[in-house]
Ligand binder design. Structure first.
Ligand SMILES: *[C@@H]1O[C@H](CO)[C@@H](O)[C@H](O)[C@H]1NC(C)=O
Ligand SMILES: *[C@@H]1O[C@H](CO)[C@@H](O)[C@H](O)[C@H]1NC(C)=O
Ligand SMILES: *[C@@H]1O[C@H](CO)[C@@H](O)[C@H](O)[C@H]1NC(C)=O
Ligand SMILES: *[C@@H]1O[C@H](CO)[C@@H](O)[C@H](O)[C@H]1NC(C)=O
Length: 426
């Protein structure tokens, strides 16, 4: 089963062309490259510790890649997925180390090294993503509990869980362990999370499981979890061939990107290997008794995109942002405009889509987004395709690999969670 999953997941290099990359810097006026890294390194307690980790293969630089980004009060949180062995810490803060007149961005394990210890189920095992609620200053972290999931020998060390940290104290304030019947201990790929506000506080969290093709619901009040499965969460034939900067791979990645509307009425989701974009009402997700037939009847395919995509994010001004992986670009869907046209969000379709940023060298494989409390949208460009195809070059000869961008949204445009406590109060 594990082997089949892996084989299905990435079937490898199909073709590589020597296409000359455009060196044109066409970021759009509002996008700024904040950090770039050739390889991922950490803020080690000492150089000796770093050497020890290298010697016993607990740090294998080439297996480290960045994925999710969330920013809170100018602190930048970054995940390093434990897809392959040798990732010393999965949840981190980006900090700058100064030496010899230069500053170098490195990752400092969050909240600590100990909290990222492999094999300790009270600690974080593999974090793909997280969400920060600016109303409570809580960070919601999803932990798949499994390691090395992109290898032939995944290690199913711990059950999947949600861990909540209060960022003001950097203390854990809550955790929820998923039952195996909801999030499988041996096959899950817990990928992304959004929060749902009801009557002034967080009522639910919705998560995607990219291997088991599930939309998982955590009812925060009742402290129960359940999930929905539907064919919309799978890959499709046309979506399985993905070409990024001349490298083509065959993928079968299912439900991945998820976004919550700022009025908390609808959730949007996409699969990587699928061009369709789906909308489902939260009223259905909030109800544990909703059946598969209810799901099918309430689901809307709002339109096909021109490219595969990964993470999604929705803003307080009814814009949804996502990547166009095949064109090294970020797109904006103006859902508000389309809702006016359609006579409500319940009838919208993906019409008003435009490119807001593009860069063929440093905006390659845009993965996830996070909007901070100042209205800056941060996103990672990770060259995931090169990592997966084992052709990523961390020597520096082919330039930098990991890029962190900050995009200045329109004045007053914030995260979907902005003022959610006040806006949803009964
Ligand atoms: C590798 O070495 C470091 C530093 O001594 C230690 O903390 C860690 O537990 C070791 N890991 C393994 C898997 O032996
Ligand atoms: C929100 O509060 C109102 C008034 O107290 C109540 O009727 C309603 O059931 C609440 N909604 C939820 C989902 O808890
Ligand atoms: C939840 O869904 C079930 C099954 O469709 C339905 O019978 C029930 O009325 C729903 N509950 C609410 C509160 O909508
Ligand atoms: C969609 O539009 C139709 C009229 O064209 C309307 O009857 C229906 O209520 C709308 N649905 C939603 C969910 O807004």
């Amino acid at each position: 089963m594990k082997h089949i999953l892996f084989a299905l997941f990435f079937m490898g290099l199909v073709q590589s062309s020597n296409q000359q990359l455009s060196k044109r810097w066409d970021n759009g006026k509002r996008a700024k490259l904040e950090y770039q890294m050739t390889k991922i390194d950490y803020d080690w307690p000492s150089e000796t510790t770093r050497q020890d980790f290298i010697n016993n293969k607990s740090y294998i630089a080439v297996n480290n890649i960045i994925s999710a980004i969330k920013v809170w009060r100018r602190k930048i949180f970054i995940t390093v997925p434990r897809w392959r062995p040798g990732v010393p810490a999965s949840l981190n803060r980006l900090v700058s180390k100064y030496g010899r007149g230069q500053s170098k961005p490195v990752l400092r394990p969050f909240p600590s090294w100990k909290a990222n210890k492999i094999g300790d189920c009270s600690a974080l095992q593999y974090i793909q993503s997280m969400e920060i609620d600016p109303n409570t200053n809580y960070m919601w972290v999803i932990d798949a509990g499994r390691l090395d999931i992109f290898t032939d020998n995944p290690r199913n060390l711990c059950p999947a869980k949600i861990v909540i940290y209060d960022l003001q104290t950097e203390r854990e304030v809550d955790r929820y362990i998923f039952p195996n019947s909801v999030v499988s201990r041996s096959s899950n790929f817990l990928n992304d999370i959004v929060l749902d506000y009801v009557n002034g506080s967080v009522g639910y969290a919705y998560m995607t499981d990219t291997f088991d093709s599930k939309l998982i619901v955590f009812d925060y009040v009742k402290r129960i979890s359940y999930f929905f499965s539907h064919k919309s969460m799978l890959s499709e034939e046309e979506g399985r061939s993905l070409t990024v900067n001349g490298l083509t791979m065959t993928i079968s990645v299912t439900i991945n990107g998820i976004a919550m509307a700022s009025d908390f009425q609808y959730v949007y989701f996409t699969s990587v290997a699928n061009f369709n974009t789906y909308q489902i009402p939260t009223s259905l997700l909030r109800n544990k008794s909703s059946t598969a037939q209810n799901f099918d009847a309430s689901l809307r395919n709002i339109g096909r995109r021109k490219s595969q995509t990964a993470g999604l994010v929705y803003s307080s001004k009814n814009n949804m942002y996502f990547a166009s992986l095949t064109t090294n670009a970020v797109l904006q869907w103006d859902a508000g405009m389309d809702a006016e046209f359609a006579g409500g969000f319940g009838n919208v379709s993906l019409r008003s889509v435009r490119q807001i940023a593009r860069n063929d060298v440093k905006m390659v494989f845009v993965d996830t987004f996070g909007i901070d409390e100042y209205g800056d949208m941060w996103f990672t460009a990770t060259k995931s395709h090169e990592y997966i195809l084992n052709v990523i070059d961390i020597s520096g000869k082919k330039g930098t690999n990991f890029h962190i961008w900050r995009y200045n949204l329109q004045p007053g445009e914030k995260s979907y969670l902005y003022n959610a406590n006040r806006r949803t109060r009964f």
